[in-house]
Design a protein around this ligand. Structure first.
Ligand code: GLU
Length: 491
């Protein structure tokens, strides 16, 4: 039974890389008929940000990533917020202590600094490890009676893992293949902090074990922690899950990790939803508010670090689920190509129903505007912003077009067209406009095609644009006539 989890820390808005991690977990769970769990890793109180958890949940809901168990859903392993599971971690830390696999350390910050300085002076990388632990103040070096006394007196202390000497730690990552690290390269990481809170490492592996997680799919930034995690599983006597570390998301130019600053510089969002920082009040833009459709963003993100091995680029969520597999995830970092994200949005926009898109257009003729504009825009809001002439009559006329196309023939046909429009009393539609224009051109003995651009210029001020007959229908007969008359006198 496959069980995977997305385990964000509520330290701010969810970065788009985190969204991709959630998506890959979701795709694998659905593909293999498994269970997807949402666990909130909030044991680092210093980095806690109000509203971040709600933001994470809303982001994933917007994208259709549904959890089977976890925070906000419930399930057999509740609670799913680590801050509500503190007792559990204490018990497991104690178990390692009892078995001699972890120890109490009483070193003060000054003592730790002094140790680091000594090592640096000796030309070695400072670390609290198999060698240095013997020179420090901990339950390995102090007499047992003194340790008992200090614990009873509640002397400040942490619990550290006792990394075994001379052991090889090996695991097979689904993306990176075999990873081998010698235990001498690890330090005796803190498992329980002096405030009684577990560190990420302890809470993370205890929960993955208790929640019966089979696959840990997470960002590459956690790869350096994985050997420690594998070691902790070994010390507890548990089977480690299968790991898959996802490639980094790179800057649009391809070198270096994608950051929020890249978004500011490149004028694109790096967060799924708009986020207002609770302390500074600053607003960071979101893909949703920028007009990205959730299905387009999903398709785009799926391809950032994975491909199906075919030429096909457009995948519904169902198709992604069918095609997805861990062994097609790339090792190399994935360049965050915003142009591609826009392309996806355009594709998905085209395929949406007119009625769906009409919801984005605040205008009484929303449906007609959708028909007019949907094939021409990248974002829904552009259906109005890219056609300002639908709401405002032109005051300027494109000069180059006016010079070449606004001639006597054009004026003659347009004057006749105005007269015929005035005489028309039926319903005014694109078809009617087309017929009346045809008749007007014929009366003038001029080919309609020769004056069309001039007509467009008179109606919109522009030389190019969407379907002109439909544009006139949306404007209505009165407005169309007014614009034509104004052009005839002003141009
Ligand atoms: N809480 C970690 C994070 O915020 C989870 C890492 C993991 O998946 O193990 O990314």
């Amino acid at each position: 039974m496959v069980r995977v989890r997305f385990a964000p820390s509520p330290t701010g808005p969810l970065h788009i890389g985190g969204v991709r991690t959630a998506l890959y977990n979701y795709l694998l769970a659905r593909k293999l008929g498994g269970t997807l769990i949402l666990r909130i890793e909030d044991t680092d109180q210093t980095r806690f940000v109000a509203g971040a958890e709600a933001y994470i949940i809303e982001s994933l809901r917007w994208l259709g990533i549904e959890f089977d168990e976890g925070q906000g859903v419930g399930g057999p392993h509740a609670p799913y917020r680590q801050s509500e599971r503190l007792q559990i971690y204490g018990q497991y830390a104690q178990k390692l202590i009892d078995e001699g696999k972890a120890y109490y350390a009483f070193d003060t910050a000054d003592e730790l600094d002094a140790m680091r300085e000594r090592m640096q002076n000796a030309g070695v990388d400072p670390a609290y490890n198999g060698i240095t632990r013997l020179q420090m103040k901990n339950s390995l070096t102090l007499p047992a009676s003194q340790v008992q006394e200090m614990l009873q007196n509640k002397a400040a202390h942490v619990i550290r893992v006792k990394v075994p000497l001379k052991e090889e730690i090996r695991f097979k990552d689904a993306v990176r293949d075999w990873v081998t690290v010698h235990s001498s390269a690890l330090d005796d990481k803190v498992l329980m902090k002096s405030d009684g809170m577990p560190t990420y490492h302890l809470a993370n592996i205890v929960d993955d074990h208790l929640m019966e997680i089979t696959h840990v799919i997470r960002g590459e930034e956690w790869l350096p922690s994985a050997p420690l995690h594998v070691l902790l599983y070994r010390l507890f006597g548990w089977d480690a899950p299968q790991f898959a570390h996802l490639p980094l998301l790179l800057k649009p130019e391809g070198n270096g990790k994608l950051s929020k600053r890249d978004g500011d510089l490149g004028d694109f969002p790096v967060f799924p939803l708009q986020w207002q920082d609770p302390t500074t009040g600053k607003i960071a833009r979101g893909f949703r508010e920028d007009g990205y459709l959730p299905e387009a963003l999903t398709n785009f993100l799926a391809f950032l670090g994975w491909n199906p091995g075919t030429e096909q680029e457009l995948f519904s969520v169902q198709e992604l689920i069918e095609a997805f597999s861990l062994d097609r995830i790339h090792r190399a970092g994935a360049r965050f190509d915003v142009a591609k994200a826009k392309w996806y949005n355009q594709q998905y926009l085209k395929h949406k129903s007119d009625a769906d898109l009409a919801q984005f257009v605040a205008h009484p003729d929303a449906l007609k505007i959708v028909r007019l504009m949907k094939d021409r825009v990248t974002f829904p809001a552009e259906m109005l912003t890219d056609a300002p002439f639908l709401t405002t009559a032109p005051t300027d006329y494109e000069k180059a077009v006016a010079e070449t196309k606004w001639n006597d023939d054009a004026k003659k046909v347009i004057a006749g067209f105005v007269a015929n429009l005035n005489a028309h009393h039926g319903e005014f539609s694109a078809e009617a406009a087309k017929e009346i224009l045809g008749a007007s051109a014929e009366q003038a003995g001029i080919k309609q095609g020769r004056i069309l651009q001039a007509l467009r210029l008179a109606v919109t001020g522009l030389g190019h644009g969407p379907d002109l007959m439909l544009t006139m229908e949306i404007l209505g007969k009165t407005e169309t006539i007014q614009r034509l008359e104004r052009a005839l006198t002003h141009l």
